[in-house]
Write a protein that binds this ligand. Structure first.
Ligand code: GLA
Length: 729
């Protein structure tokens, strides 16, 4: 059992890491350590001075060196003398705002806890353990259960908290974070992933200043602008060296990550639901569940950390028939036709696609209601047979006869004012009475907190899915939310609306993915505006960005790879000049970049020359040959495309006998040395061959010396290497 309790010290051990805490004499649950395994009680590292203006709990007696403002804690709370950022804040019935949590008991059991209504890591009983620690505020009887899930083999610890109101009055939760992590020693840096529409998850690494820094979303979705994930790393940390801690929140709504460096140079990280505009009423006997956060520590840099997250998300977060199955290569008609299509046009694309080896046609936005542009139709999820020139079943029959599968686009959470749904149910939108709503892409947002809205959506989506042979759904969400108000909630409860929206979304997704287990769901939000571990519980892949430019995608996919597995990254070859940037990149390069994901095409295949079609056919063959290694292999970043002159990445088989290296050299320079690329993850003493090269290299040579990249001519040249162990010895 990786969870041990000895002399009030609680140790959680995974394959390579130790997480430790201690119940002290006053019952405060202190944090001791998160890092490498040490086989030692790490409490010896903690010795605190009497810090002026840092008060002492009453029961510390005359001990002025004991202050909740300085000591590391597992779940810090507001109002008890800790002036740093805190994980929990409660408004008590008497108007006071203090919580003082003390240990009562704990429970350890095999298997992984679940969270009602929220996505969470799942695991078989023999691959996970759970620790529950019960804390109570003796004055109010508010109880907190801290939950720790341990997936030992991948160095993963999950955390989540349950707030239980055992008092006889109602309380209001002002803030309930998923976790708090105190790092008493060390110079840490912070990595977060920021961006905007068409440029998501750009890596930013900064020092941590004294005071509070934050990355958050108040958009109702996890957002393009900030991702609900963060890394704390040692100053010298790089891909292969140094300590780093990753945290990924399994939540798709407004979130907040806060990091504080305190007066003693200690670092605290807190992550969870964004508490701005948040207030949750808890009646006697009720419980509030925070979303789960997935944590991992690596003492060997970012590669290992990312691999831990890839493993847990691919195997223990994603679900459904397609989870580990080979993902279909798809052709999506959006950039090929936008709103201007009918069955004949789609069929012509599908016919060519099937000849080239593509597995699935996805019909994007514009097939329903009255929708020839983005000003109308959302909410009316009935097939526009006039536009399609026939029924959906007729179309899917024709497509499946080609040997292809069929997929379809929805944007369930949205409604156009010009739609039958809005005309019938104007009260179903999120909008403040007496005020005009904020429009975005001309659309409004449905109130997902309402059962009748969810019921309508379930019925209309399942009717479509039952009406034809549909194997895939693209679940889009194309605006940020504001005007938060629901006619279904009282004024006292309005602070619950944002979280209730996410709970409503998850409930609907759970119902549909359960009832249609063989349908592959792909998430989307104007590309990657809701790319988080919460959505990946329901959707196996997420359209990574609306920016399909191969050069831009190297940066976006680089940032995405820190937490999210390659199979989760929706990635397509599109036309040139690229529709977002006007850039022209070679077809070969576009495919190399798109293959680092769940691969597909998004262009009018019939506008390609015969030579290009032949090239596409070869690309598809290549992806199908390699997709097991690409999706199941160990992923390494070989460059930092934001700062380096090239992008490169590598997939390594489990037994390290086969590798694929892909990438792009951004620009060719005259009179310059060829770039050297150092590989990772090989067996040092094994001998390897590179396809098309007669030489034999040791693993050590390829990793320490590297290889010379081919001489390039022109810009955005592809890097492509297939390396296998030399079995001709
Ligand atoms: C969003 C998506 C695109 C496409 C359009 C359709 O922008 O990210 O891929 O589906 O909506 O309107």
């Amino acid at each position: 059992m990786p969870i041990r309790v000895e002399n009030k010290t609680i140790s959680i051990e995974t394959k390579n890491t130790l997480y430790q805490m201690k119940i002290d004499d006053t019952g405060i649950l202190r944090h001791l350590w998160y890092g490498q395994k040490t086989n030692t009680d790490m409490g010896y590292l903690l010795d605190y001075p009497d810090v002026g203006f840092s008060g002492n709990p009453y029961d510390a007696g005359e001990n002025r060196r004991y202050s909740l403002d300085t000591i590391p804690q597992e779940y810090s709370s507001y109002g008890n003398g800790d002036y740093r950022i805190t994980a929990l804040s409660v408004l008590n019935p008497d108007g006071s705002q203090a919580v003082d949590l003390r240990y009562i008991n704990h429970k350890i059991y095999k298997g992984k806890y679940k969270i009602p209504g929220l996505p969470a890591v799942y695991a078989d009983d023999d691959e996970a353990d759970t620790l529950e620690i019960y804390l109570i505020d003796k004055c109010t009887n508010v109880q907190v259960i801290l939950k720790y899930g341990v997936i030992d083999k991948w160095d993963i610890i999950t955390r989540s908290a349950v707030i239980c109101n055992h008092s006889y009055d109602l309380i209001k939760i002002k803030n309930a974070s998923s976790f708090c992590l105190d790092l008493p020693h060390g110079e840490w840096e912070w990595i977060h992933f920021h961006g905007r529409h068409n440029e998501e998850r750009i890596v930013e690494r900064t020092g941590i200043i004294h005071g509070i820094q934050e990355s958050s979303s108040i958009r109702g979705a996890s957002s393009h602008q900030q991702n609900p994930s963060a890394i704390l790393c040692e100053k010298n940390c790089d891909e292969d060296h140094g300590g780093c801690i990753g945290a990924a929140l399994m939540y798709s709504g407004s979130f907040k990550t806060r990091i504080e460096r305190d007066q003693l140079n200690q670092t605290r990280m807190i992550m969870g639901i964004n508490n701005e505009q948040f207030e949750w009423t808890l009646n006697h006997g009720e419980k509030f569940y925070t979303p789960e956060v997935i944590l991992s520590y690596s003492s060997n840099g970012f590669s290992k950390l990312s691999q831990n997250f890839h493993n847990i998300i691919r195997n223990n977060v994603c679900r459904g028939t397609y989870k580990l199955a080979e993902r279909p290569v798809l052709i999506n008609n959006w950039e090929a036709t936008y709103f201007d299509f009918n069955s004949d046009k789609l069929y012509e694309i599908a016919k060519t696609a099937s000849q080239l080896g593509i597995d699935m046609l996805v019909m994007d936005d514009g097939w329903f209601g009255n929708r020839d542009n983005d000003m109308s139709g959302l909410g009316d999820w009935t097939v526009n047979e006039n536009k399609l020139r026939g029924s959906l079943a007729e179309l899917t029959n024709k497509i499946t006869k080609l040997g292809m599968k069929f997929g379809i686009w929805f944007e369930p959470e949205m409604v156009s004012e010009d739609s039958a749904l809005y005309r019938t149910h104007p009260e179903w939108v999120i909008k403040i009475p007496g005020r005009n709503p904020v429009r975005s892409r001309y659309q409004l947002v449905l109130d997902m907190t309402r059962k009748d809205v969810r019921e309508y959506l379930y019925k209309s989506i399942s009717n479509v899915l039952n009406s034809a042979d549909i194997s895939y759904v693209k679940w889009d969400m194309n605006r940020s939310i504001c005007d938060w108000y629901s006619a279904g909630l009282t004024a006292e409860r309005m602070g619950e609306i944002q979280h209730r929206y996410v709970l409503g979304l998850y409930e609907l997704l759970e119902r549909l993915t359960t009832d249609f287990p063989d349908v592959l769901f792909e998430g989307c939000s104007g590309g990657g505006g809701r790319f988080d571990a919460g959505m990946l519980y329901y959707c196996l892949q997420i359209w990574c960005s609306d920016d399909t430019d191969a050069y831009e995608r190297t940066k976006i996919q680089y940032g995405t790879s820190f937490f999210y597995p390659i199979s989760a990254v929706g990635s397509h070859v599109s036309a040139v000049p690229n529709h977002q940037t006007g850039r022209i990149t070679p077809l070969d390069t576009r495919a190399a970049v798109a293959m680092a994901g769940s691969f597909g095409y998004e262009l009018d295949l019939n506008s390609l020359t015969e030579k290009e079609k032949a090239e596409v056919k070869e690309q598809i063959k290549e992806f199908k040959k390699n997709r097991k290694l690409i999706h199941n292999g160990t992923y390494y970043r070989l460059s930092d495309p934001i700062n380096d002159e090239y992008a490169a990445w590598e997939f390594v088989s489990d037994d390290k006998t086969e590798m694929l290296v892909y990438g792009v050299v951004f620009r060719t320079k005259p009179n310059s040395l060829r770039c050297v690329l150092k590989l990772r993850g090989l067996l040092q003493d094994a001998e390897y061959r590179i396809e098309g090269d007669d030489r034999i290299y040791t693993g050590r040579a390829l990793m320490e010396g590297g290889i010379l990249l081919p001489a390039t001519s022109g810009d955005y040249c592809t890097i492509k290497l297939h390396i296998t162990v030399n079995d001709k010895k």
